[in-house]
Design a protein around this ligand. Structure first.
Ligand code: FAD
Length: 396
């Protein structure tokens, strides 16, 4: 049986970063993954350019049943610390929008950096490793792998959530938590497109690919101002992905398709100067033409000139375009979700070390726990911050 100071399960963002930091602090660390490559989600992330953090990271950008939990780790290892590390490896980056930082070249640079950091910490990385069982005794944890037995006094679960099973996602972490008596909160897909009920989907079929700026509001009052995208399955784009984390089945979302325009004032103004202009062409000055044409075909935009539009019709139109109420049929689920909401209850963990309060030597980091960030680099920052806090504790 091989012995280590710590075993980390999951060579994703959190696991690699934690193993590297603990290794560099002098710990003998084994890092296991069931896949054949480390950091598979990182490679796919940010359209291949990895949105590795956000300039505006703050605890309010995270959903959790225990909202204070993330504060300590985020404050101790910040976005600036990770930007510093990226800088040391000479990885060029840029801010795309809303503080989101992406690699100029490729997400592979982040994976290569994490692998190099692991090598610097002499981490033993074993890929294609299935963990068949986990047992605990007075000396710590013993793991049966396919073909080997390994042991360590400390075990870190960094196996992520359920989103994108094609990239190695598994319920492994939740099962380990339950095995040791920790509560696991119900999970659901987050940062995920909405599907629409059939009649509505058919109405908007011609709009697939149309993107519009929007303000989208959930029933609980949470608001995002980002782009909305019509797809052949329903609605997507950053606005929808963001609000999906706050949406529950059966609820409505309210969408303002003209967030930058006072539509009432605009129509009044246009009526004064161009009374014979069609309403359709007038609206097409503010909205994509395909959207206007579709809404007209659906009878939601009257086929009239501006001078013929009465005040009641105008009020209905303004309401429809600025308070469009949509009841999604559901979401596309874990298949396309970027994250998993819920997971290991953080009330069971120390916010300083990520260790289970009642199970000495057992740690949870990254997405496996009930901390989920907004779209825009917040989830990777949680992976880095929680991993760093855990690594400090492993080295204590
Ligand atoms: C397509 C996509 C794009 C994304 N883009 C971004 C982005 O640009 N910015 C951002 O902040 N977030 C992004 N995210 C979210 C982000 O990838 C995750 O929040 C983050 O990877 C979580 O890190 P983690 O280490 O906790 O889990 P993961 O990175 O998922 O790593 C978990 C690892 O554990 C391994 N594993 C699972 N089960 C077992 C097992 N039984 N035995 C051994 N190993 C196991 C998996 O193979 C995996 O390597 C994206 C997610 C997806 C799916």
């Amino acid at each position: 049986m091989e012995k280590f100071d710590a075993i980390v399960i999951g060579a994703g963002a959190a696991g690699m970063f934690c193993a590297a930091q603990a290794g560099q602090a002098g710990q003998r660390v084994l890092l296991l993954d069931n896949g054949k490559k480390p950091g598979r989600k990182i490679l796919m992330s940010g359209g291949g350019r990895c949105n590795f953090t956000n300039l505006y990271v703050e605890p309010a950008a995270y959903l959790s049943q225990n909202p204070h939990f993330c504060k300590s780790a985020l404050a101790r290892y910040t976005q600036w610390d990770f930007i510093d590390l990226v800088g040391k490896y000479g990885i060029a980056w840029h801010e795309k929008t809303l503080g989101q930082l992406f690699c100029d070249d490729s997400a592979e640079q982040i994976v290569n950096m994490l692998v190099a950091e692991c090598e610097k910490g002499q981490v033993a990385l074993r890929l294609r490793s299935e963990v068949l069982s986990v047992a605990r005794d007075d000396d710590g944890y013993t793991l049966q792998l396919n073909g080997a037995t390994v042991a360590a006094p400390k075990l870190v679960i960094a196996s992520g959530g359920l989103s994108m099973p094609g990239l190695g996602a598994s319920p492994f972490g939740y099962k380990v938590a339950e095995q040791f008596g920790l509560k696991v909160l119900p999970t659901r897909a987050g940062l995920v497109p909405f599907t629409l009920h059939k009649p509505m989907l058919e109405q908007f079929q011609t709009l697939s690919g149309v993107s519009v700026p929007s303000v989208i509001t959930a029933e609980n009052g949470v608001v995002f101002k980002e782009n909305l995208l019509f797809t052949h399955r329903g609605l997507s784009g950053p606005a929808v992905l963001q609000i999906s984390s706050y949406w529950q089945p059966g609820e409505f979302v309210t969408i303002n398709l003209l967030p930058e325009c006072d539509l009432d004032a605009f129509l009044n103004d246009q009526r004064q100067t161009h009374p014979n202009q069609s309403l359709k062409n007038t609206l097409a000055m503010q909205l994509p033409k395909r959207l206007v044409e579709c809404l007209q075909l659906l009878g939601q935009i009257p086929d009239v000139a501006l001078k013929q539009l009465n005040s009641r019709e105008q009020a209905t139109l303004v309401e429809m375009l600025t308070h469009w109420r949509v009841q999604p049929n559901g979401t596309e689920g874990y298949r396309t979700a970027e994250v998993t909401l819920g997971g290991v209850d953080t009330r069971e963990l120390s916010s300083r070390t990520m260790e289970a309060r009642n199970v000495p030597g057992l740690y949870f980091i990254g997405e496996v726990m009930d901390v989920t960030g907004w779209l825009g680099g917040y989830n990777f920052q949680w992976a880095w911050s929680s991993a760093w806090a855990c690594a400090q504790a492993l080295a204590e």
